[in-house]
Design a protein around this ligand. Structure first.
Ligand SMILES: *Cc1c(COP(=O)(O)O)cnc(C)c1O
Length: 383
């Protein structure tokens, strides 16, 4: 089959499976509200958990940074690595108690870089089944053997760890899972990994800024220090980009060999400026974190009697599992008609038969916003 025919076939399969992905064109997004095609909605699909993307200090940090120029001008290995970036890396490392932090343009790129660099063909990668696509993509393309353990089941991981391997083992999980909202049992996972002399990578994209003292994330909260910690800045930090927290030798190894760093333009100065401000704002956001927790508790109380399965999540991610793609889409549309924007998440992002509304709550939602969402959900349930 030629390329055109193959592309056509893939597109028509997408449509038949009610799996077509469309990208809404957003005219306005204040984290609490969104405007799409001229319509205003209460917004329950943002990862901007603390509302920092709209924070005046971050915007000022961005503008201040931009005075140094619009772009970095080169890879960090040429002339794109600025003093401001080095200072940000040092601040992140000392905040989280690691010797080093390395910035990447995105969490997706970072996960490719670290997994591809570490995983040789005699090694094995043991990943939680529900790990983010950026982790599983990298792991399945790497020459190492990939095995997946049952979601949040240390016993399942232990069974895999007990099998012999000639090379090294890297265990991969998330702090708070992006599509389920639940937390990994990091203490048990770290113990099992250490007992097998493996390394642990925790991707805390949804925990950093939100969980733990000062928002230091899931690992800090659970008292675990994995060899590799990935944090991203597109969620609670309200900007974009990512950082790897690790020891000195691993950081040097990445700087020497990671192609995603060497052959890619460094982050623009404006983004570095915004990230400095975001780090301060996150550290000072105890009030916003408390409001977020209240919003989560309020939503869960009101949603308990809905006929759909509300997953056991204490995080800002509150998934309602609907099942079939078409049913999840229909409910999403029904909510939109009533002024609430909640995206339907379908396979392959989630396992088949578990299409869901991934409701996200933020610190900027008001109690009446959540009451409105609950009212609309209960109305839809009664129809
Ligand atoms: C969003 C996300 C990423 C990707 O990070 P970007 O910086 O947006 O590329 C990686 N891992 C997890 C768990 C995520 O949720």
């Amino acid at each position: 089959m030629n390329w055109s025919a193959r592309i056509q076939q893939a597109l028509s399969e997408r449509q038949q499976q009610h799996a077509w992905r469309s990208r809404p064109q957003v005219q306005h997004n204040s984290t609490r509200e969104i405007q799409v095609e001229g319509q205003r909605y209460l917004h329950f699909s943002s990862n901007d958990y603390l509302g920092l993307s709209q924070h005046p200090a971050l915007i000022a940090g961005w503008q201040q940074g931009a005075k140094a120029g619009a772009g970095a001008g080169a890879s960090g290995h040429v002339t794109g690595y600025r003093q401001q970036q080095a200072e940000l890396e040092d601040a992140l490392a000392s905040w989280l108690g690691y010797p080093r932090a390395l910035l990447f343009v995105s969490g997706f790129a970072l996960n490719q870089a670290i997994i591809h660099l570490l995983a040789g063909k005699d090694d094995r990668l043991l990943a939680d089944k529900l790990s983010h696509a950026s982790l599983l993509e990298a792991a399945s393309l790497a020459p190492a053997q990939l095995r997946r353990f049952a979601h949040n089941q240390p016993h399942s991981l232990q069974r895999l760890l007990a099998q012999p391997v000639s090379g090294a083992t890297l265990v991969i999980t998330e702090g708070i899972f992006s599509m389920d909202g639940d937390s990994a049992p990091l203490v048990e996972i770290a113990q099992a990994t250490a007992a097998a002399e493996g390394w642990l990578l925790v991707d805390d994209a949804h925990g950093i800024g939100v969980a733990g003292d000062q928002g230091r994330g899931s690992c800090w909260q659970q008292g675990v220090k994995p060899q590799l910690q990935v944090i991203t800045f597109g969620k609670a930090f309200g900007v974009s980009g990512a950082a790897l927290l690790c020891d000195d030798a691993t950081a040097d190894y990445m700087v020497q060999f990671a192609r995603h760093l060497i052959y890619s333009t460094a982050l623009p100065p404006a983004q570095i400026g915004a990230l400095h401000a975001a780090l301060l704002a996150v550290q000072q956001a105890d009030g916003a974190r408390a409001t977020l927790q209240q919003n989560i508790a309020h939503f869960r109380r009101g949603a308990a009697s809905l006929p759909w399965q509300l997953l056991p999540s204490e995080s800002a991610i509150q998934p309602l599992v609907i099942g079939e793609n078409s049913a999840a889409l229909a409910l999403s549309r029904r909510l939109a008609q009533a002024g609430c924007w909640v995206s339907a998440i379908r396979p392959p992002t989630v396992p088949p038969g578990t299409a869901r509304l991934r409701i996200t709550l933020t610190a900027v939602h008001r109690t009446e916003d959540i009451d409105r969402l609950l009212e609309v959900l209960h109305d839809a349930a009664g129809e």
